[in-house]
Ligand binder design. Structure first.
Ligand SMILES: Nc1ncnc2c1ncn2[C@@H]1O[C@H](COP(=O)(O)OP(=O)(O)OP(=O)(O)O)[C@@H](O)[C@H]1O
Length: 299
């Protein structure tokens, strides 16, 4: 693999002590592959390392972490001029890894690292909210948002993706719908939403397939709204027979406008954003991402 150009791995500090990763990086270096590694401490570090990646002239920036880390790296890459933007590689080291899982990135660290360095780069879309905050995977509102943003770190560490579901069930009594209006190209809906998923990718919250038909290179966002005033009946029919549920509204558009008169919170790949108005628009083909050849998220 010596002929492959240099990469910079931005590693979420939570995973810095992973021995298997250290071995995988050492092995590749012994084979002559140039991999720089930088470790984050808090939000914002990944963006600073993108500046360093640019100065080093690497061809690939690898996001080593969960959905939040991938999102932070992708968002910072967008800020670079097109011609100088390195490709994005993904090393899944988070709790849920929703984007990596649905994109078919291998779970084995050595295989994922190899794909991130030498895989074929494909142009993928990125979504931008209110002209500044981006997400690569999904924006979730309502029930899902409160679960993912409130699930304690210790529960996540102990149980992984299932922790989101368990924490959500425990909190059922306190979950209320969000009153809002959602508009897109040929799409309009107004009412009480229990869950809203606006997906460039397909799943969030540790495996919940909110936008099962989403593709990351089709120039479209998918929306799924689980409607209703009472969570339990809506959730039960929706979980058991999603195709037949009267509580599901689906749509697609290159952009969505959401107005929530009482305010609501969207979770953008793990980062909460609160407000009364959200304009979500796609940046088509904005990033080159190294993905498996049979990636189910590509058309
Ligand atoms: N050294 C560190 N220790 C703890 N948290 C960190 C560190 N470095 C960055 N972070 C935080 O980690 C968050 C991103 O975590 P990420 O989403 O990648 O992992 P996760 O929550 O385990 O994964 P997932 O979203 O797939 O469940 C950012 O909000 C950032 O502030």
């Amino acid at each position: 693999m010596a002929k492959y150009p240099a990469s910079l791995l931005i590693l979420n500090g939570k995973s810095a002590g992973d021995d298997l990763l250290r071995q995988a990086v050492s092995l590749l270096r012994e084979e002559g592959v140039a991999i720089h590694v930088r470790v984050t401490w808090e939000k914002g570090d990944a963006a600073r390392y993108i500046d360093e990646a640019h100065a080093l002239g690497v061809e690939t920036v690898i996001a080593g972490g969960g959905d939040g880390t991938i999102n932070e790296v992708a968002t910072a890459l967008i800020a670079l001029p097109d011609a100088q933007r390195p490709a994005l590689g993904i090393l899944p080291l988070g709790t849920a890894n929703d984007f990596a899982t649905s994109a078919g990135i291998p779970e084995a660290l050595d295989k994922a690292l190899q794909l991130a360095i030498v895989g074929k780069a494909t142009a993928i879309d990125i979504a931008r909210v209110n002209d500044k905050t981006c997400f690569i995977n999904m924006a979730t509102g309502g029930f899902g948002t409160r679960i993912t943003s409130e699930t304690p770190e210790k529960l996540k560490a102990a149980l992984g993706g299932v922790s989101y579901l368990i924490h959500g069930l425990v909190r059922l009594d306190t979950l209320k719908p969000d009153q809002c209006e959602i508009t897109g190209e040929d799409f309009h809906w107004q009412g009480n939403a229990l869950v809203i998923g606006i997906g460039n990718g397909r799943q969030a919250g540790g495996g919940q397939q909110l936008c099962p038909d989403a593709l990351i290179n089709d120039g479209q966002l998918q929306v799924r709204i689980i409607t209703g005033d009472e969570l339990l009946p809506a959730l039960l029919t929706t979980l058991t027979k999603p195709e037949e549920s009267p509580h599901i509204v689906d749509g697609q558009s290159a952009w969505f406008d959401i107005t929530a008169p009482h305010g609501m919170t969207f979770n953008l790949d793990g980062e909460p954003l609160s407000g009364e108005h959200f304009r979500i628009a796609l940046l088509p083909g904005a990033i080159q991402c190294r993905l498996p050849p049979d990636c189910p998220l590509l058309r």
